[in-house]
Structure formats: C-alpha cells, structure tokens
Design a protein around this ligand. Structure first.
Ligand SMILES: Nc1ncnc2c1ncn2[C@@H]1O[C@H](COP(=O)(O)OP(=O)(O)OP(=O)(O)O)[C@@H](O)[C@H]1O
Length: 498
C-alpha cells in the first residue's frame, strides 16, 4: 500500500493473479496524471468494485470524498462467438465522470477502449491527487469490432431523437440489438454523459405489422423490458427503442466453462419471485410470453439480488385480440410445456418457417409456468430436467412423460418446499399445474413473502415507498443452503425451433 497525498490506494488481486494476461480488458490506475503500476483486469463473473470499502472493493481508495462503493465495472460475455461488453456503473455520492461527463447515479454505461473514468474529488480540486482509471481493451478484441458492418446492413443512424450507434449488444435469430442515445435527454442535461439505451432492429416481412412492438408498448412493469418508441423504415426494418439491460442473460450468468452451475436457493427464490411478478402482470393483461427461458431473462447487474427483466417478446401472444387458447407450436423444446404440441417427429411441422398449427386442443397461459418450472429446476440444480441425451426427440419425449428425479445428489441441499414448487409447475396435467397467482401462494414463496417483498422494494426496485426494511431477517438467509457448483455437463448450444 502506497500513500499518495490524502489517498491510500490498494489494488487487491482478489480476481486472479495472472488474470491480466487472460482478461480481454483492464483498468490502468493513474494518480495526478502519473501512471502507477496498478492494473486491474476485468474478467467474466467478477465485479470490480472501486471505493473505500476494504472488504468489497478490488481497488481501495481511502479519501473521504470517495464513496464506500464508488463505481463498479464488469464484463458480459454471451458466448464464444460474441464480443465481450464492458460496463461501468456509478454508485457514488460525489459522482463518477466518463471522459469528463458526469454519470447519472445508479446508471450503467458501456465502455470503449481508452475511456477515462475519473472519481469525484469532492471540493479539493487538487490535480496531484486526481485518480483516473483508463479502460483498455486488448488489441485482438478491437480488431473484431467492424463499424462498417452496420452501414452494410442499411440501418438508419437517426430516428427522431434517437441516435443509433454501431455498437452491438446482441444478435438474435430475428434481429440485432444496438446501443442508442436519446439526443433530447443530452440537450436538456449537457453536464451528464448521454445515457445508453438499446434498440432492437428486426427485418419485417413487407406490409406486416409487428406484434412484439405492439405488445411491448402497452406494458409497464419493472420486470418487463421497457419500450419507449418504435419505428418502421422504408426497408421494413422495425426499430424497437428500449432500456439497455447491461448484466447479460441468466444463461451466461449460470454458464461456467461448458457447464451450467446452480445458484443458492435464496438467489433462485428472488429471481423466481420477480419472474412471477412479471407473469402475473402479463397474464392479467391477457398476454402470454411463450418463450420463457434462461436466455430471455436479463440481469441489471451480474450479481445476486439484482433486478431481472423479461425480454424477447418475439412470439408472445395477446389473447385479447384473438381467443382464449392458442394452437401454434412455438418456443424452445427444452422449456416448452407438453400441451404446446412439439412432436418428436418434426416432419409434422417442418414445412413451416416459424411455427405450425397442429390439430389439438390448444394451450393457455399456463405454458409460461411450465417454462418457469424448467428454469427453477436449472437454477436449483444446474440440470435441465428433460434434457436426456440432448436430442430434440428425447427432450420432447421426456417432457411429455414429465418424470422428475429428486433422488439426484444435486437436490440433497434443496428444501422440500422448493422441490414441491418445481413439481407443481412441471405438471403435465395442465389442470393440476399452478397458475401465476397460485404460484405466488405456494408455500416456498409464501413462507418468505414478507422478506421477499422487502428485498424487492428496497433493493431491487430501490423504491423507498415499499415496505420498510426494519427487520430484514438474516436468519432466513442463513437457513437456506449456500451456493453450490455442480459440474453437470449441459451443452451451451442455444436452440430455438421455429
Ligand atoms: N434491452 C436489451 N439490453 C441488453 N441486451 C439485450 C436487450 N435486448 C436483447 N438483448 C440481447 O440481445 C440478444 C438478442 O436479443 P433477442 O433475444 O431479443 O433477439 P431475438 O432475435 O428475438 O433472439 P432469439 O434468437 O432468442 O429469438 C440477446 O443476447 C439478448 O441478451
């Protein structure tokens, strides 16, 4: 530890001693314009916290103008083929600056090479003490960013007040998701760094309106992606302007190497509670998601107790505009309820491009609860319940039988209430399966409801109007098993049947 003016700086190598070499990016620490020896790697699955808090921070700064946790950095890495993204979030009282512009508190910003992050100096204004973090991306990664690619796609650079950048945050089967800024916000508040939003751009079939945009524009819920504006250009590109959710998806969060890992029951419960809030709201509005899976659940930060957001309403159904049951076979077999009608023999619907309608009795909003059962099973054990040999045929057949194996050692540390919850959602008999309201009343949730509600309002929504946090019972946390990592080989291949 080397004293510098009124600062003490400690860079802890809590991540990995040799991680700089492996990390796709790192932070260089400068003090008073001088480069120090301190270099902090930013690697997947490790938040880099900067602040006074000696226990939690990787870079500890002792100056009183620095907040306990002043700002946080992380990396989101979807899979081997995607480009990692690096973010900074301001959590300070005195402010964090990105390239000279103030960041909004609790907002997250995507970083690019050579960005300079400065921590507020309070009222001292002494240049010799200024701490600068310079964000550096490895050369091999930079060469994979091709700005011309987007021009070739023929996307607009500007739509009303929205400025679209060439920075990609994700690619899906039907569209690309890019970073965008709202120029009106920037003009109104010139001291602040422009906030990052996301725009999903989909190629529509000519003269087709998009149901996804229509549904999303109607919705307003903290656990559902917030859409602000939509626009269709002359080339039938539909632009859906929405909040950027920077913590990556639940699949990437659970994926370590080639395996999915489980998470603690407490952490799982908080995620399930949030998904149920969203499903309850959606189903009340007559909307069924139909493609609920780990990949479509986005995290605000890649850490426990974060807000989660349901995304990708590409095949969602609005039952108000139609009828009460659905007959179209859509979704992802691994998460799909048996009554939806995927057939082990795909010939039955392979001539259809996105979906098929089979002669059957149809299905309703309870298909989302089956998917939640699969998600909960994976979160608690790291195992996909009907995966079998991984082939589509075996997944579909196993789901139809619906047999669960609670004898597996991965269930040993899971409470009976949690097992019963999974069992009640993975009911092949739809009449016996819980709906979203009944799920919220299940003993696994109901037993912890007051704690869940407190955490939800205070920590997740950061909303002080919610129930007060007088006695958040730590007992509850201690009773539940700690996180375990299970090396259950589940291939990471993302597969959607359309
Ligand atoms: N608002 C957002 N903020 C951050 N990342 C996002 C956002 N929306 C989508 N993404 C990411 O972009 C990628 C593609 O998005 P999305 O799933 O909506 O597209 P899609 O074409 O419908 O995909 P799929 O192939 O799953 O059907 C995903 O990796 C997702 O995590």
């Amino acid at each position: 530890m080397e004293p510098m003016g009124s600062y003490n700086i400690t860079a802890k190598n809590g991540i990995q001693v040799d991680a700089v070499g492996e990390a796709a990016a790192h932070l260089e620490v400068n003090v008073g314009g001088h480069i120090t020896e301190q270099v902090i790697p930013i690697v997947k699955h490790h938040l880099v916290k900067v602040g006074r808090n000696n226990k939690e921070c990787q870079l500890v700064l002792t100056n009183p103008s620095i907040s306990s946790i002043h700002c946080v950095f992380w990396c989101v890495f979807f899979d081997e083929d995607s480009i990692p993204m690096f973010y900074v979030k301001d959590c300070s009282l005195n402010g964090t600056y990105l390239n000279g512009l103030l960041l909004k508190r609790d907002k997250t910003y995507l970083l690019k090479d050579s960005d300079i992050i400065e921590l507020s100096q309070g009222n001292e204004g002494n240049d010799s003490k200024k701490i600068q973090l310079v964000f550096m991306i490895n050369d091999d990664l930079q060469s994979s960013l091709d700005p011309k690619l987007l021009d070739q796609m023929g996307f607009l650079r500007e739509v009303d007040q929205w400025e679209i950048t060439n920075r990609i945050v994700g690619n899906g089967t039907f569209g690309h998701v890019l970073i965008t800024h709202n120029s009106k916000e920037r003009d109104d508040d010139i001291c602040y760094h422009p906030e990052n939003y996301a725009v999903k751009i989909i190629r529509l079939k000519p003269n087709k309106f998009d149901k996804e945009a229509r549904i999303l524009l109607r919705l307003d819920h903290p656990n559902i992606i917030k859409v602000y504006h939509t626009f269709c250009d002359r080339n039938n590109h539909l632009y859906i302007f929405q909040d950027l959710i920077p913590g990556g998806d639940l699949f990437s969060y659970l994926a370590k190497g080639d395996c999915l890992t489980s998470m603690s029951e407490t952490e799982s419960l908080l995620i399930v509670f949030q998904i149920l809030q969203a499903l309850n709201y959606l189903h009340d509005q007559g909307i069924v998601h139909r493609d609920l899976k780990l990949d479509n659940i986005l995290l605000c930060t890649p850490e426990p107790c974060t807000r989660i957001v349901l995304a990708d309403f590409g095949i969602a159904k609005d039952l108000n505009s139609n009828k009460e049951r659905m007959h179209t076979v859509v979704g992802t077999p691994e998460y799909c309820a048996p009554e939806v009608g995927f057939r082990a023999n795909r010939k039955a619907y392979q001539s259809f491009s996105r979906a098929a309608t089979l002669e059957q009795r149809g299905y309703d909003s309870k298909c989302d609860l089956w998917s939640l059962g699969v998600i909960t099973h994976i979160m608690l054990t790291g195992i996909s319940p009907f995966y079998g040999d991984g082939s589509e045929r075996s997944i579909i057949q196993n789901a139809k039988v619906g047999r669960l194996n609670f004898k597996l050692k991965q269930w040993d540390i899971v409470s009976d209430n949690a097992k019963s919850f999974v069992k009640d959602l993975l009911q092949t008999d739809v009449a016996k399966r819980l709906n979203s309201k009944q799920s919220l009343e299940h003993i696994w949730i109901a037993k912890h409801l007051s704690q869940l509600e407190r955490l939800y309002y205070k920590k997740i929504l950061c909303n002080n109007e919610g129930p007060k946090l007088e006695s958040l019972t730590l007992d509850w946390k201690r009773k539940l098993p700690k996180s375990v990592v299970i090396s259950q080989a589940v291939p990471k291949k993302k597969k959607v049947l359309q």
